[in-house]
Design a protein around this ligand. Structure first.
Ligand SMILES: Nc1nc2c(ncn2[C@@H]2O[C@H](COP(=O)(O)OP(=O)(O)OP(=O)(O)O)[C@@H](O)[C@H]2O)c(=O)[nH]1
Ligand SMILES: [Mg+2]
Ligand SMILES: [Zn+2]
Length: 316
């Protein structure tokens, strides 16, 4: 039997069987070991799997190769990665300028991951009903930059209903991931899109203005009237950076692309090299300085991570 993983708790999995149109609970065979892998979970929501019957149980006997996936850093060890979801048509990063605030560094890490797999991404700024004048200016600045780069931005409020219809249209006929910090309103947005889901939501901590990690497992929901599938996920602190070489990163900052072949040195990393046209474009106001700063930060991470992974592999 063939199915798609709709929920993973780490010890068992819910799998929706396409032909049978039912959801079953399945275990994983011991052959899926992860000793030499940086991944902490062998099976993720969105995986297509083959199910076999074993006495009264169902077991996952095969995982079809993933078309793509989004990862986050494992809380256990920074070089280890947890696959959030796989086989996506698009990825939605849910952000808020306030309560809790999402940094543009967080958004950019998400965009890099999705660009690396050619997963179209949408940026949703939620809670627009509570933004101060200053927050609105920040929103304006960030949105203009992302839109100019080519990203779709949707502004939403689950309280006033603003942007929900637009969001629904973007979700239609697709399998979408919702990800972002705890408390930004991912589950609330799903409830607004499909009230019958009735997902649990929770107020953020008044003291720390952080979410309470209300959603604890990723789960895929079928939204029949939109012919859509949406994956709600637990809030995360930080996305992981994919394993890549430092020179590959520039390709995932899409507004850099027109300038890349014009730098004086063909192997320019756009740090401080003379004749760098990316930096020139920043000076001319054609590329946002903060996007370049995030590029530099992620570049550092990639180098740190590959060094740390080498050490971990050698048991140091
Ligand atoms: N003011 C305002 N509050 C909102 C909005 N959307 C959600 N909230 C509130 O934000 C809090 C957190 O919402 P959740 O939907 O639980 O957030 P989440 O992103 O699913 O959080 P985790 O499951 O912990 O990752 C709740 O108190 C919601 O009522 C909004 O548009 N405006
Ligand atoms: Mg939630
Ligand atoms: Zn350059």
């Amino acid at each position: 039997m063939q199915g798609i993983v709709t929920k993973s708790t780490g010890s068992w999995y819910e799998v929706f069987l396409r032909e049978e149109k039912t959801t079953i609970a399945a275990r994983l065979l011991g052959i899926f070991r992860l000793d030499q892998s940086r991944d902490t979970n062998p099976v993720a929501v969105g995986d297509f799997v083959t199910i076999e019957r074993e006495m009264d149980d169902f077991v996952i006997s095969k995982i079809t190769e993933r078309r793509n996936y989004i990862i986050r850093q494992s809380p256990k060890h920074r070089v280890l990665r947890h696959v959030i979801a796989s086989n996506l048509d698009q990825a939605v990063v849910v952000a808020s300028i306030s309560k809790p605030r999402t940094s543009n560094g967080f958004i950019d890490r998400f965009l890099v991951s999705s660009e690396a797999y050619h997963i179209p991404s949408i940026i949703v700024f939620n809670k627009i009903d509570i933004y101060s004048e200053k927050d609105k200016q920040t929103l304006e600045n960030w949105s203009a930059t992302y839109q100019k780069a080519g990203y779709k931005i949707i502004l939403t409020s689950t309280y006033t209903g603003e942007g929900i219809e637009e969001l629904k249209e973007m979700l239609r006929n697709k399998r979408s991931l919702f990800s972002g910090h705890s408390g930004v309103g991912k589950s609330s947005l799903l409830n607004s899109v499909e009230p019958s889901l009735d997902l649990r939501t929770n107020e953020i901590s008044a003291k720390h203005e952080k979410g309470m990690h209300t959603t604890t497992f990723s789960e895929l929901f079928q939204i029949e009237n939109l012919n859509a599938e949406i994956i709600d996920t637990p809030g995360i602190k930080e996305f992981g950076v994919l394993q890549m070489e430092d020179y590959e990163l520039k390709d995932f900052f899409i507004e850099f692309l027109p300038y890349l072949n014009q730098c004086k040195f063909h192997n320019c990393l756009h740090l401080r090299e003379p004749g760098c046209m990316v930096r020139d474009a920043i000076e001319k106001g054609e590329i946002a300085g903060w996007r370049h700063q995030n590029y530099l930060n992620i570049l550092d991470d990639i180098r740190d991570q590959s060094a740390a992974w080498e050490l971990k592999k050698r048991g140091i």
